[in-house]
Design a protein around this ligand. Structure first.
Ligand code: SF4
Length: 503
């Protein structure tokens, strides 16, 4: 991974060397059920092959009549499943990777994992650099640990799209930023992936004084010159928490944010002229920092890096204004196609199904909980809503911006809000109001710090993080009869951005 998207989608089982995939659910009337597969069965081999990950598992069980070697308790059995080639097996397994996740050998100054306070969930401290997680979840990889065998597999199995951290096309600067000599040469794999027809999205984490200014110009020129087949390149700011130990890492000034936007927009025009596409995009956060309006929706070309904070605010505003097609929200991720994939990462439910949600009906005053950047995006939208309705028919709506004291620094995105900060903000709020919480703050019902919504001092309504859902929640409160509360399951999954702002 790179930058300050947290909560890499690595289920705990993936940290174990060669743990066989374990069946966690069997679909009714599926070939798996007809063959007698049971929850808890371990799949030791499929047609004599031991799958390394869920991608390989999917390919193996896609065959006609696969033969499964199963361990059930102390027993080992062989089952041949009656199914056609291409027919779904109907069994979900316990993790994405059955061998060890490939960890990152870089030591980037801007890495957010080094900036986490102590005592968080162990999985949050895991630095992965695994092309499989790039394919499955959209994690960015630097390719410093990529090999010829990996390339063969990516091409043979069509693992596309992939997401690559570029940071700089200057080999020396890239090696310095990654603090890894292989950083100088590993973009040769990017060239090879593009030559092989793989769709690749790139990212440049821009660090002021390091790879901005002329260095960013050089990088974008290098991208257009050497890697014009890249689908997109996102320029995103680094995140700096109070826990950084890197004196050179600091937030962008307003002038620096303006300069990044100017550079990106200039290179968009150059790319349009050269290859007919904009290619490069600046994160929403830059527009907020610079106090500039977001580009029109058309300039985001379908929001291909929405998850990475590119155009999230514009898409949110469009959806809030009624454009259902723009209700991108938090996408289910790139895992959705994999039959048998476990519900982790982007695919993890924000709320534990049937549990952990507390709702409150009524038409009382409404407070929308959000991070400080989210408040900058939502403020004008809510003001517009009031004026359009003439103040009638819509409950009084206000924002409840929550400063991020947990991480401190320049961390102001809603997706990195923790339960302890939200609880502190709610403690002083009146009873009897509706409090809307964007679901991007949660993974399976828990905040990043492990707190559940049930531990908050006020009941909250959890709203999907897209403009359309917020608009509907404001206009049609959920009936009190739907109030629910229960303890959610364990946490996994990334924490992207929220309520119409960038990362
Ligand atoms: S050290 Fe590794 S995980 Fe951290 S930002 Fe760099 S590449 Fe990503």
């Amino acid at each position: 991974m790179s930058g300050y998207r947290l909560g890499v989608a690595v289920p705990p089982g993936s940290l174990v060397v060669m743990s066989a995939p374990r069946v966690v659910s069997v679909a009714a009337a599926s070939p798996a059920q007809r063959a007698g597969l049971q929850v808890g069965d371990e799949l030791l081999a499929i047609d004599g092959r031991v799958p390394r990950d869920v991608i390989e598992y999917r390919l193996l069980v896609d065959e006609a009549a696969p033969e499964l070697e199963i361990r059930r308790g102390h027993e080992e059995l062989t089952v041949t499943v009656a199914k056609e080639a291409g027919e779904a097996l109907g069994a979900e397994v316990s993790s994405a990777l059955f061998d060890r996740v490939r960890t990152c050998d870089n030591h980037c100054e801007f890495c957010f994992i080094y900036q986490l306070p102590k005592g968080m969930r162990r999985s949050l401290y895991l630095k992965d650099d695994d092309y499989r997680l790039s394919f499955l979840y959209g994690n960015f990889t630097t390719l410093t640990r990529f090999t010829e065998l990996d390339l063969e597999r990516v091409l043979a199995e069509g693992l596309s799209p992939l997401f690559v951290s570029i940071h700089s096309t200057d080999p020396d600067l890239r090696a310095r930023m990654l603090r890894n000599v292989r950083g100088a040469t590993s973009l040769r794999w990017l060239r090879a992936l593009l030559d092989g027809g793989v769709e690749v999205h790139g990212q440049v984490v821009v660090c002021p004084g390091v790879n901005d200014g002329d260095a960013l110009e050089t990088t974008l020129a290098g991208v257009l010159d050497e890697y014009p087949e890249l689908a997109t390149v996102a320029c995103v700011p680094l995140g700096v928490s109070d826990y950084t130990t890197e004196p050179a890492m600091r937030a962008h000034t307003e002038a620096e944010a303006n300069a990044v936007i100017d550079t990106v927009e200039q290179w968009q025009d150059l790319a349009l002229g050269a290859i007919g596409r904009r290619l490069v995009y600046a994160a929403d956060e830059y527009y907020l920092l610079a106090g500039r309006p977001f580009p029109d929706a058309a300039r985001y070309d379908g929001f291909p890096q929405h998850e990475n904070g590119i155009g999230m605010a514009r898409a949110f505003a469009s959806a809030f204004d009624g454009d259902e097609a723009a209700a991108v929200g938090v996408r289910p991720g790139f895992f959705a196609w994999v039959d048998g994939a476990p519900a982790v990462g982007y695919r993890a439910p924000r709320t534990d199904p049937g549990a952990g949600i507390r709702r409150r009906g009524g038409a009382g005053p409404v407070a929308v909980i959000t991070g400080e950047y989210g408040a900058m995006v939502l403020g004008p939208l809510l003001a517009g809503l009031d004026s359009r309705t003439g103040g009638t028919g819509t409950p009084r709506v206000r924002l409840l911006p929550v400063p991020n004291a947990f991480f401190g620094g320049n961390i102001a995105v809603t997706g990195l809000l923790t339960g302890v900060d939200v609880a502190r903000a709610l403690a002083d709020e009146p009873e009897g109001h509706r409090y809307l919480l964007p679901d991007v703050c949660l993974s399976e019902g828990r905040f990043l710090d492990g707190m559940t919504v049930g531990e908050l001092p006020r009941a909250v309504e959890i709203v999907p993080t897209d403009g359309l859902s917020l608009r509907r929640a404001l206009e049609a409160p959920v009936p009190a009869s739907q109030r629910r509360s229960a303890e959610p399951a364990a946490v996994s999954g990334p924490v992207p951005v929220a309520l119409g702002e960038s990362r």
